[in-house]
Design a protein around this ligand. Structure first.
Ligand code: FE2
Ligand code: FE2
Length: 199
């Protein structure tokens, strides 16, 4: 198993949640109010599964290993990916800050929530595309077998020490339930680090 294959598998679950978020935003426009519980669950998933776990593994481990191998941290693809992670966090803050008023039907807050939601969906889809098709193939060439084994060990540690295995079952369940509620096909990829169903 390649470390980047684990990250790509995690992208597939994140993409399911992007479609959920897109449908939630459409529904918010149609109903002129936000469904609070769904919004909170999507944001919880994004903050913990997508950002803390998945982006954490990229930023703290994969990108660090690539910089060690001579890939520039600034200016190149890594700099761009880091910038996009930060832009994503801004969009998520923009959504979270508007949940209360958007639930009550406040027009400005609905516009803010929906604008940030669509911005996040567009950003992350293109971000994931760039990682899967440009950065990860580059990483495969930069890293030798030893680096890859080290990375797999570090991903495992993120799971066991920083996240806790039970947490992942929780996020897979959230993703599955939201996908059902928002008519998004759900498929649980095997071989993820974030999302590892282990007790
Ligand atoms: Fe990323
Ligand atoms: Fe990623």
């Amino acid at each position: 198993m390649q470390p980047t294959s684990i990250l790509s598998n995690e992208h597939r679950v994140i993409e399911i949640m992007l479609s959920v978020l897109e449908n939630l935003a459409d529904k918010t426009i149609a109903e002129k109010k936000l469904e609070r519980q769904a919004a909170e669950e999507v944001i919880d998933f994004i903050r913990n599964f997508a950002d803390r776990c998945h982006h954490g593994k990229e930023e703290n481990h994969l990108f660090v290993a690539l910089v060690d191998k001579g890939m520039p941290k600034e200016g190149g693809p890594i700099g761009q990916m880091l910038l996009e992670h930060d832009q994503g966090r801004e969009y998520v803050r923009g959504m979270a800050n508007n949940i209360d008023a958007a639930e009550k039907g406040n027009e400005k807050s609905i516009r803010e929530f929906v604008g940030n939601a669509f911005g996040y969906v567009e950003l992350l889809r293109s971000h994931i595309h760039k990682e899967d098709n440009i950065l990860f193939p580059m990483a495969e060439r930069f890293l030798d077998e030893n680096d890859k084994t080290n990375l797999l060990g570090k991903f495992e540690k993120v799971e066991s020490e920083h996240m806790g295995y039970g947490i992942h079952d929780k996020y897979m369940k959230i993703a599955e339930n939201l996908a059902r509620s928002f008519n998004v096909p759900f498929h649980n990829p095997k071989n993820m680090a974030c999302g590892h169903a282990r007790k």
